[in-house]
Design a protein around this ligand. Sequence first.
Ligand code: KIV
Ligand code: ZN
Length: 511
Amino acid sequence: MGIVKFFDTTLRDGEQTPGVNLSAREKLEIARQLARLKVDVIEAGFPITSVGDFEAVKAIAEKVEGPVIAALARANKADIDRAWEAVKYSKRPRIHTFIATSPIHMQCKLKKSPEEVLKTAREAVAYAKSLCDDVEFSAEDATRSDPDFLCTVFGAAVEAGATVINIPDTVGYTTPEEFRRLLRYVKEHTPGICSVELSVHCHNDLGLAVANSLAAIEEGVTQIECTVNGIGERAGNTSLEEVAMALYVRRDQYAKTFQLDTTQIYKSSKLVSALTGISVQPNKAVVGMNAFAHQSGIHQDGVLKERTTYEIMNPQVVGVPSNRLVLGKVSGRHAFREKLREMGYEPSEAEVEKLFREFKLLCDRKKEVHDEDLQALLENELRSVPEEIKLEYFHVTSGNNTVPTATIRISQAGRYLQEAASGDGPIDALFNAIDRATGFNCHLIEYSLKAVTSGKDALGEVSLKLQFQDRSYTGRGISTDVIEASVRAYMNALNRLLMDTPGLVIGSEAV
Ligand code: KIV
Ligand code: ZN
């Protein structure tokens, strides 16, 4: 059985999902989870793009062990230097450099001739190799490139020292059969190709990213680039969990192994969704809320008699929790800390203290506390940002015969901002009151509410997205009270906005 390596680009291509803006701390937490999932490579970011991304890649390179840590760089010296500066702290660093090879990209975007692109690619790989042993080269928009030119560029990259050659379907244009033909062509016509790792990177514009990646595996490709939950530019990237479970469930067909720990898939999906604010569609394969739910009577009857009648995967293999009761009101700090460890988290002492206080408050409001509740508290903590503005209190009146009105009191650096407003409903009234208090005119562009567990006293989790001027910010809040969860999510998004926009004046009237 051959081995397939998983190159995870959740923190780079995944972070290019519209509206996603991860902090360095969130990126580090996701990278730690990817290491627990045992991906082979973590593409931690694109260091030249911002100081924040550089710092995040550097922190991951310093602190996360196990996987290779890769950083992306365009095919120029400045990008490659910056990528190397960030990843050189890793025990297993990789520079990933790329240039476009399709006629449309070369002419319209790069404004370079094919000869210039060939020279640039060769020089970039040689320069990256002078810094780092492990160099990946990608031909952007490979599937719309001339196959002979593609092979020439790949040949030059191999000669210059590339250790991995990646074939991206950048715009999600190819189909499985066409992709297989291209891969065969590349393997037959690229000098030296059998001495390097062959990789593919598929986008999902036609919903074919997973099918194309699996077709590539059948053609002998040994590295798959993918993201958790399939997030990424436009329609996203190949979904890690779907490829992994296809290889696992259909090992009779693919005869491939991998080193991923599939029992970490569900947790990784939840963490990425919580920190990016991109929720997983209910019917998403492998990790969607309904992936293991059986609705019709016939199916339920079948599953009760024999699980495999309608279930091709055991939910435990992907780590779906079984709603276990974890701790109660009388549990102490020690048991609490141990429980967090058992769940794979290593929060600092200060974080344990804060989480423990929140856990005790939750015990007062909720009869039973489950793994998922604890996970939600943890994710909330990970997603927290410095609170430039704090919620002091809110009050809301609503009913079927009255205009919903809300009062809010917010504090910022020792001063208080208080406002009242009405709205279409209690949440709208509260958001309007917050906007009045801060003086920001935000548009709510997404709002979703879900219960973390079942039962009337379940924790409600609100995820939302705000638009402020030309940027969008995600926010998340949890509480057993859905109105409070909504206010907390709104405040969380505003604090992200404030972190991103230093010097923004908050509120005109201090009370
Ligand atoms: O989609 C793409 O072509 C990429 C490359 C940088 C690998 O993301
Ligand atoms: Zn991509």
